[in-house]
Design a binder for this molecule. Structure first.
Ligand code: RBZ
Ligand code: NIO
Length: 332
């Protein structure tokens, strides 16, 4: 019997009409699958936000300067970012892993300065990063997963911060889901008609160049971001360790596509928390083969969508662990 079948049988044996908890039962099965056991737990949990800056911001692909990456990282460390507030509400500790930002002067217990470099190269002009940098960024993510596991964490909610990162995310989505760039281009943190046209041109050209590269890792590195590669490395390591990974929106989804490309088995650890309002996210989820549990029209990033699902994961875990069986009630 698979874990999914055993969990379904357990759910059907509980003191309730079979199927009466609807999608919560599907979430319970998914949680059980990610941990390989019928009595999974959604605690302790940790929000890991991976940060990085992007050379492609110089092309005018968005509205915001990359100084906003640093400003938001500082707010996270002060506990005053949207992600920090939601993490508190969800009972998740927060760790900010700097995989490659240009930030100066940040410190704090939650800060991990594990930078591969200070921002990627401009992917419109050449490869965003070298092959060794890509491997180093994967290792940053693996280290974050190992650190969490050593601290006893069972569930990782993943988030990201990096002005400009919807551009590499769109490149990776087009490259790895094998779709036309136009289908995964969206406004990100805001756009004008001009910035959107530049983004479309940059992504189309960069993806065409990446597709011509024979080695898949080199192609991915050419259009990736340090925080996105770190997310991929984190998912892979979490999967090896039997941790549950709760995915956030479009950019974390692009990291998951990278993890899937390197090892499809990594998807067994993943739960898709929500479908974000970024138009390409639905396609990304389809390619990942994951069902999003929420659709709250969110498009912030930082792990906020992942955090929103945590109370429901608690409910799913309690259901499997704490509810009496029908046999106990009926004496049969
Ligand atoms: C104040 C602010 C806070 C954010 N928190 C997350 N993002 C989100 O927006 C960025 C991606 O959008 P784009 O590719 O258009 O730059 C990422 O940092 C993502 O996490 C933010 C964006 C802004 C402006
Ligand atoms: O889907 C997301 O996570 C997202 C969308 C837009 C901007 N930042 C994040």
């Amino acid at each position: 019997m698979t874990i999914a079948e055993a969990t379904r049988a357990r759910l059907d044996s509980l003191a309730k009409p079979p199927g009466s908890l609807g999608r919560l039962e599907r979430l319970a099965i998914r949680l059980a699958e990610t941990q390989g056991r019928v009595d999974p737990s959604a605690a302790p949990r940790r929000l890991i936000v991976f940060a990085g800056d992007h050379g492609v911001v110089a092309e005018g692909v968005g509205l915001w300067p990359d100084s906003v990456t640093t400003a938001m990282m500082r707010l996270m460390l002060e506990g005053r970012a949207g992600s920090a507030a939601l993490a508190r509400g969800a009972g998740a500790e927060m760790v900010l892993v700097d995989a490659g930002s240009k930030a100066e002067g940040l410190s704090g217990e939650a800060y991990r300065d594990w930078r591969v470099a200070r921002g990627t190269a401009n992917l419109a002009q050449g490869p965003a990063m070298s092959a060794p940098e890509f491997e180093a960024a994967l290792a940053v993510g693996a280290r974050a997963a190992a650190e969490a596991d050593a601290a006893g964490v069972r569930v990782l909610a993943l988030g990201e911060m990096g002005i400009g990162n919807t551009t590499p995310a769109a490149c990776l989505a087009a490259l790895l889901a094998r779709v036309e760039p136009a289908r995964v281009i969206g406004p990100g943190a805001g756009a004008t008609a001009e910035s959107l046209a530049r983004k479309q041109a940059v992504v189309t050209e960069a993806v065409a160049r990446a597709r011509a590269l024979k080695d898949p890792r080199t192609a991915i590195a050419a259009v990736a971001g340090f925080e996105i590669a770190a997310i991929a490395g984190c998912i892979a390591e979490a999967a090896r360790r039997g941790l549950t990974v709760v995915l956030d929106g479009f950019i974390v989804g692009a990291g998951a596509l990278v993890a899937q490309a390197l090892d499809p088995a990594a998807m067994e650890a993943c739960i898709a928390a929500h479908r974000s309002a970024e138009p390409g996210h639905a396609l990304v989820l389809e390619r990942l083969g994951l069902e999003p549990f929420l659709d709250w029209e969110m498009r912030l990033g930082e792990g906020t969508g992942a955090l929103l699902l945590l109370p429901m994961l608690d409910a799913a875990g309690s259901l499997l662990r704490d509810v009496a069986t029908l046999a106990e009630v009926t004496g049969g």
